[in-house]
Design a protein around this ligand. Structure first.
Ligand code: CO
Length: 134
């Protein structure tokens, strides 16, 4: 059911330092910081040949990654995003299998303008999983 790895999201306490690490130390191509107020994050996209890394930094008082950074002050992998061809079919199959879909279970428009859902980490090997309709 899942297809390509769309991105790995890494929450970072210092976006400029993280960007410099990827650009200068690792030699990757990085975007300018992109504020995503609707999602409570500022994102820097790191373009790799086969996928993307998204460096996430809290934006605003109710950022969904603020508590993650409190628990992981030096940052860490926040979620992985897999592509699916049909997000409603994927959701229904996962719910039928007993997996927990976060929120109200309805897809939202994600940072790339496509429908996304998040799945409970306890059902997926301790990792928050995002599904994006590709
Ligand atoms: Co994501």
């Amino acid at each position: 059911m899942i297809g390509r790895l769309n991105h790995v999201a890494i929450a970072v306490p210092d976006l400029a330092a993280a960007t410099a690490t990827y650009r200068d130390t690792l030699g990757a191509r990085v975007s300018a910081p992109q504020p995503e107020p609707a999602h409570g994050v500022t994102v820097v996209f790191v373009e790799l040949p086969n996928t993307k890394i998204e460096l996430l930094h809290p934006l605003g008082p109710n950022s969904p990654i603020a508590s993650f950074l409190e628990r992981n002050p030096s940052g860490g992998i926040h979620h992985v995003c897999y592509e699916v061809p049909d997000i409603l079919a994927a959701r229904d199959r996962l719910k039928a299998a007993g997996a927990r879909v976060l929120g109200d279970g309805e897809p939202r428009i994600g940072a790339h303008g496509k429908p996304v859902l998040f799945l409970h980490p306890k059902d997926f090997c301790g990792t928050l999983v995002e599904l994006e309709q590709a």
